[in-house]
Write a protein that binds this ligand. Structure first.
Ligand code: PLP
Length: 404
């Protein structure tokens, strides 16, 4: 007997969950597995942020917070958006949630009618598809190939929009590809969207601070101000401040949308943890040196991984512009034979092979709707990354019949 409602039947267990489970089991068996499947910084939350949480608890900020966020945190978001992104939002145009993930859930729950289409730029953060599916929407992947720098082209967007399209999701720097758009590329997408008034835009900017090669981040609404009245800007403290466990994200958008999202949140979780909100406000308002330090470390690791992959026949990786992942091309490995005599047929086989032969956990591109690739996270020390690359190189060298 199944206890699960039918709406869950369409949500398949994700390939990333499979990898993480397999890596955990291997570790539990005592195997020395390097887990590069995870999407969280390996740094600790900076001390002044923890201290702010401590002080909030001592002050007695231990009661139910307002559903849409504490005044202090919403003010910190409004100030941050003005200071860093040159955006003007009022306090009632902001919601604070349990991670950016809940902001996404609130937004889709609040707006999707059955059958509404949501355009996703593949490769994309896998959860987008699952949330849309659970809520009765139709995820529509738009393939953004490596040759296009994993970026969506305006003509492609224009062709994909139908009368059923409700949302387009943009995410840059992207998880998993690290793709970053130029200002002109974003404006060109904005020009297409300007003609389609029913389409809402969700700009997921959670990797804003992890940007390389002296690039400057520009928020979608700053580049397309005419679309502010139907754009939800999503961000959070998980990635920039190494605060994944504190579960604070936020959204900024038109008041009506925020009110509807608040209604949803009031039925799920109410306000996010008051103490974590105090910590997140301190993160946004406080010194930003740690953010720069984290970003510099991710950039060194990006360089290391790009350099190492360049010397592994059969694998390809173009330098990602941001975020902390490498989406490695493995087309040449498809059809090759492992030393056990198995044939590699897709990128799930590649990751299964790497887990077994190299003892490195990575996520197959199928988890992001673009194959054949696998994603490694660079949220590990340079020493660990070097060991992982040594192992991957040795395992790949043992394959027979790699197609150049
Ligand atoms: N958006 C993207 C693109 C992500 O990669 C993630 C986390 O991996 C999230 C949103 C969710 O972040 P949070 O920890 O704030 O829920």
């Amino acid at each position: 007997m199944s206890f699960a409602a039918s709406r869950l039947a369409q949500v398949k267990p994700s390939a990333s969950a499979w990898v993480s489970q397999a890596a955990k089991e291997a570790k539990a068996r005592g195997e020395d597995v390097i887990d590069l499947g995870l999407g969280e910084p390996d740094f600790d939350t900076p001390g002044h942020i923890k201290e702010a949480a401590h002080q909030a608890a001592l002050r007695g900020e231990t009661k139910y917070p307002p559903t849409n966020g504490t005044l202090t945190m919403r003010q910190a978001v409004v100030d941050k958006l003005r200071r860093k992104n040159n955006l003007d939002f009022a306090l009632d145009e902001v919601i604070v949630s349990n991670g950016a993930k809940q902001v996404l859930f609130n937004a889709f729950m609040a707006t999707l009618e059955p059958g509404d289409e949501v355009l996703l730029c593949a490769p994309y953060f896998g959860q987008y598809k699952d949330i849309v599916t659970i809520l009765g929407g139709v995820p529509v992947p738009l393939i953004c190939p490596q040759e296009a720098g994993f970026r969506l082209m305006p003509e492609q967007l224009s062709k994909a929009i139908t009368p059923k399209t409700r949302w387009i999701l943009l995410n840059q720097p992207s998880n998993p590809s690290g793709a970053v758009y130029s200002d002109d590329e974003i404006k060109a997408l904005g020009t297409v969207l300007a003609d389609h008034e029913r389409v809402l835009i969700l700009s997921d900017e959670i990797y804003e601070h992890i940007l390389f090669d002296d690039r400057v981040f520009r928020s979608f609404v700053a580049l397309c101000p005419d679309l502010q009245n139907r754009t939800l800007t999503v961000n959070g403290v998980s990635k920039a401040y190494a605060m994944t466990g504190w579960r604070i994200g936020y959204g900024a958008g038109p008041k009506d949308l925020i009110v509807a999202m608040t209604k949803v949140q009031s039925q799920i979780s109410s306000g996010a943890c008051s103490i974590a909100q105090a910590a997140a406000a301190a993160a946004l308002n406080g010194p930003q040196e740690d953010v720069r330090r984290f970003c510099a470390a991710f950039e060194r690791r990006r360089d290391l991984v790009v350099e190492r992959v360049a010397h592994i026949p059969g694998l390809t990786l173009e330098a990602p512009g941001g975020a902390f992942y490498g989406l490695i091309g493995c087309a040449d490995l498809i059809g090759a034979k492992t030393p056990d005599g198995d044939t590699i047929t897709d990128d799930t086989d590649v990751t299964a092979f790497l887990l077994k032969a190299a003892r490195v956990a990575a996520v197959p591109g199928s988890a992001y709707d673009l194959s054949p690739f696998f994603r490694i996270s660079t949220a590990a020390s340079e020493e660990v990354l070097n060991t992982a690359m040594d192992r991957i190189a040795a395992a790949v060298a043992d394959l027979e019949g790699i197609h150049p």
